[in-house]
Design a protein around this ligand. Structure first.
Ligand SMILES: Nc1ncnc2c1ncn2[C@@H]1O[C@H](COP(=O)(O)OP(=O)(O)OP(=O)(O)O)[C@@H](O)[C@H]1O
Ligand SMILES: Nc1nc2c(c(=O)[nH]1)N=C(CO)CN2
Length: 162
């Protein structure tokens, strides 16, 4: 079994329900949640003319390769009604593969670790809930979170279970 970290988010439709559906659907896809971060309400980063997002993150275990894992996450997004329109635009659900134990990738299909994760409070704070010493680049998610909340608005709603 390999460990991986998935970031979850969305800002359209019944987002909290969709995030719960993701967690319930993962085991039958061969992806076992081990521990889940809190639920956050977060200001949109990138394209700002859209609603705030709900975001969280989960540590999972899997026998799938990184590519298979991402393919199943993208399939799950489609099943939950995601339609790709604007880059960084509104979405019912967004699943990003942030890290996969012992693996790096630089292809169009998969970049690992996720290149934009360390600049996003909505990714690092939920990870810090369950793995405060986890490193992205040279810093821990705790250190990154402290710096990023100075410029990115983010409110913790609740710990898991949300
Ligand atoms: N680590 C990764 N996690 C998720 N998708 C990735 C990753 N690396 C590359 N991709 C590719 O990115 C493509 C676009 O993903 P998506 O539309 O979710 O991007 P986004 O969420 O709008 O922006 P961002 O990539 O900045 O989070 C996917 O089709 C996928 O193949
Ligand atoms: N707050 C917030 N902003 C975003 C998000 C997200 O999940 N939360 N996802 C994006 C593309 O991955 C772009 N911007």
């Amino acid at each position: 079994m390999k460990k991986a970290i998935i970031a979850l988010g969305g800002n359209q439709g019944p987002v909290r329900e969709n995030l719960q559906r993701v967690l319930m659907a993962l085991p039958e896809l061969g992806i076992e949640p081990v521990v889940v971060g809190g639920l956050y309400l977060t200001e949109p980063v990138g394209y700002t003319e859209q609603d705030w997002f709900y975001n969280s993150a989960a540590l999972v275990q899997t026998e799938l390769s990184p590519e298979e894992l991402l393919a199943r996450l993208l399939q799950l997004e489609t099943e939950l009604g995601r339609v790709r329109q604007l880059r960084w635009g509104p979405r019912t659900i967004d699943l990003d593969l942030i890290w996969y134990e012992g693996e790096e990738r630089q292809t169009d299909f998969l970049q690992l670790p996720h290149p934009r994760a360390e600049g996003r409070a909505f990714v690092v704070l939920p990870i810090a809930d369950f793995w405060p010493d986890f490193r992205l680049g040279t810093c821990t998610v705790t250190e990154l979170g402290k710096a990023l909340v100075k410029s990115q608005k983010i409110k913790k709603i609740t710990n898991y279970p949300w």
